[in-house]
Design a binder for this molecule. Structure first.
Ligand code: ZN
Length: 657
């Protein structure tokens, strides 16, 4: 591991706290050191308080911040002398500790200090850096891990046996530091947990961290336990979408609300799940139910998830740090599922959580693999790295107490999503916590957003294979399908029937009608498995009830689609799939309505553009967003008991009314 320190870059971060921000970000850039909020740093600074007296503060990373993106505001200033007094107590419960930390800060708006704040306080150095470095954790998670750490580091580190983070760990570290530290001490290794480095300056502490971790990496390389093998065989190409959606349904039932399930069949994941010893190496210890192993394809899930739930309850009752209040715990659904055939699937309450679960597990797989080759991977007796990382994360979220958005854990597919009403639907659904797959023939769809809950796929909806591929990709990325927004369509130039070419008629039918028929048919098995029931919203048209001259193909296609939706509502009601339609009219903020076209149409009716836009009963303008918001709400609880409804979004049209 190389030092990323750059004196010129560091100079942009003035002051002791500035340099603390700079080197924390350097640590945060290395995923082999810290992942998703893991790891923490601090600096001790003496300042004048309001009364003019000198006061030494521990600026320690606050919860909710990750090192890679931390700013000065992410460090919580806690009075050091109080922390040092606390460290001498015989005992302190977690809630008491959090209370002491919060009430001894000098900035009321600062985030809650890290639970490792007291540990940072007792180390007598200005700068203290702490990471969960993969290489160090790998070495300590093996048989003879302690001996190996001694071999690597000699007297340059203090060694701490494993205990849960919290007050007891801080006290133990204070005692062991006093007992073991000498003139050569550069850091502290916490077995099965991570490593601390410290120094007089930000640079010294940071570079000691890099040096110490590099020593562990070199040790692994020397013992032929560094390079990770990749799978040579391909993953399963056959459709998995129904099986994945079935698994997701089971998971969601165990979790008590919809879950995202993300499948990973990259070479490293496949190599891991296909190891002959995958069961023994990944299921160590009497109770480490962080994941479920599948040995066959997915359908027989239910029983296993139930068994898992039992193990989970038992586990937290015995070992959980907050075992007194099991209801406040994580739900019992597994977050990692290993299948030798399809790879690694990770689950979460939203796409981001599922992605984080995979990031953490990818590092865990590397640690297990290297540890095995180093002479025997040995997890913690009761709680392994995955649990520890994930636990912190979930606890932080439980504490924040935020209400989850309406469609958290649910998945929607929107056609024609690159622009206009389709794009507005993507936005309205994302805003409600949905993971969204956008389809469009326009390649811009893939770069609409870069975020874990969005997937854009180029798709010609008239191509059946491309549609089924899109559904397959949806299920592999997010686990299934809950909502389908049928929006893609074309509005051809005005043309009277007597001169309408057959090819033009067929093209409109093909895109506006046939493609939606195919997609409905292919999506039905997934919608049927949606944890809260499937929902379809059809973006229809005013033309269904009030057709216009020159729009024969368009009006006929939308009317047929309307009828198709009504029949689907009849047929699929028993499967708890709701199908409702929206009939927008005169939505002008879409791609087809350029300023010139708008001006020309307005002139045709003898109106100004402004009058033309509001040419309806309510004299109001209808926007893409108006349509999209209603489409999203039609998927929600307000419409839970409604199917086959047809709602106009047109400001009121005299011909429709
Ligand atoms: Zn830690």
């Amino acid at each position: 591991m190389k030092s990323l320190w750059d004196d010129n870059a560091a100079a942009q971060f003035p002051g002791e706290l500035g340099l603390r921000v700079y080197s924390s970000r350097l640590l945060g850039r290395e995923t082999a050191l810290v992942l998703h909020g893991g790891g923490n740093t601090s600096v001790k600074i003496t300042e004048k308080n309001l009364l003019g007296a000198d006061e030494t503060l521990l600026y320690v990373k606050g919860s909710g911040w990750d090192l890679e993106h931390i700013e000065a505001a992410g460090f919580s200033p806690v009075r050091l002398d109080h922390l040092l007094k606390l460290a001498k107590l015989r005992q302190l419960s977690d809630p008491q500790m959090v209370n002491e930390l919060r009430t001894h800060m000098t900035r009321a708006t600062a985030p809650t200090p890290s639970v490792e704040a007291i540990l940072h306080a007792v180390l007598p150095y200005s700068y203290v850096d702490h990471t969960h470095a993969d290489a160090v954790v790998t070495v300590t998670n093996t048989t003879n891990g302690l001996e190996r750490i001694r071999e690597i580091y000699g007297d340059s580190v203090v060694i701490i046996p494993y205990i849960m983070p919290g007050f007891d760990l801080a006290r133990l570290c204070a005692e062991e530091y006093a007992r073991q530290a000498g003139p050569k001490t550069l850091g502290m290794v916490l077995l099965n947990h991570g490593i601390f480095s410290f120094g007089a300056t930000a640079k010294e502490s940071y570079e000691r961290m890099i040096d110490l971790v590099t020593r562990a990496e070199n040790y692994l390389a020397q013992h032929n336990a560094w390079a990770i093998p990749a799978a040579t065989e391909k993953s399963v190409m056959a459709p998995l979408r129904r099986e994945l959606a079935t698994l997701r349904r089971e998971l969601s039932a165990a979790a008590g609300s919809p879950m995202i399930l993300a499948m990973h069949d990259d070479a490293a994941s496949l190599a891991f799940v296909r190891r002959k010893d995958v069961v023994s190496i990944s299921q160590q210890g009497p109770a480490t139910p962080d994941h479920v192993i599948r040995t066959k394809r997915l359908p027989m899930l239910g029983r296993d998830v139930g068994a898992y739930a039992e193990a989970y309850k038992k586990y937290f009752n015995e070992h959980g740090p907050k075992a007194k209040e099991p209801k406040a715990m994580l739900d019992p659904a597994p977050r990692v599922i290993l299948d030798p055939e399809f790879g690694v699937a990770t689950a979460g309450r939203n796409a981001k959580d599922a992605a984080i679960a995979f990031d953490i597990y990818a590092h865990t797989m590397a640690i297990v693999d290297r540890g095995t080759r180093l002479g025997g991977y040995r997890a913690l007796p009761a709680q392994d790295l995955f649990d520890m990382e994930y636990w912190d994360l979930e606890q932080a979220k439980l504490k924040s107490g935020g209400k989850s958005p309406m469609f958290s854990g649910e998945i929607a597919l929107v056609t024609g999503a690159a622009s206009g009403i389709g794009k507005a639907c993507v936005d309205s659904l994302l805003a409600r916590g949905t993971a969204v797959v956008g389809l469009d023939i326009n390649a811009a769809i893939t770069s609409l957003y870069y975020r874990p809950d969005y997937l854009g796929l180029v798709c010609d909806v008239t191509d059946e294979k491309q549609l089924t591929d899109a559904l397959e990709k949806t299920a592999r990325t997010f686990g299934g399908l809950d909502m389908l927004i049928l929006n893609a369509g074309i509005f051809p130039a005005s043309c009277r029937i007597e001169v309408l070419a057959t090819a033009e008629w067929q093209k409109v039918m093909c895109i506006n009608l046939d493609a939606n028929f195919t997609l409905l048919r292919e999506a039905q098995p997934l919608l049927k498995l949606a944890p809260r029931g499937g929902r379809v919203v059809v973006i229809g048209s005013k033309n269904v009830s009030a057709p216009g001259p020159g729009a024969a193909a368009y009006s006929a296609s939308k009317a047929a689609l309307n009828q198709l939706a009504r029949v689907a509502a009849l047929e699929w009601g028993a499967d708890n799939i709701r199908i409702n339609s929206l009939h927008p009219n005169a939505v002008f903020d879409t791609g087809i309505w350029t300023d010139e076209v708008l001006a020309a149409r307005a002139k045709h009716y003898g109106l100004t553009v402004e009058q033309y836009k509001k040419n309806n009963v309510l004299k109001t303008e209808v926007t893409s967003r108006d349509v999209a918001e209603l489409a999203a709400e039609m998927c929600g609880p307000l419409f839970a008991k409604t199917t086959a409804a047809q709602v106009p979004v047109d400001g009121g049209n005299e011909r429709v009314i």
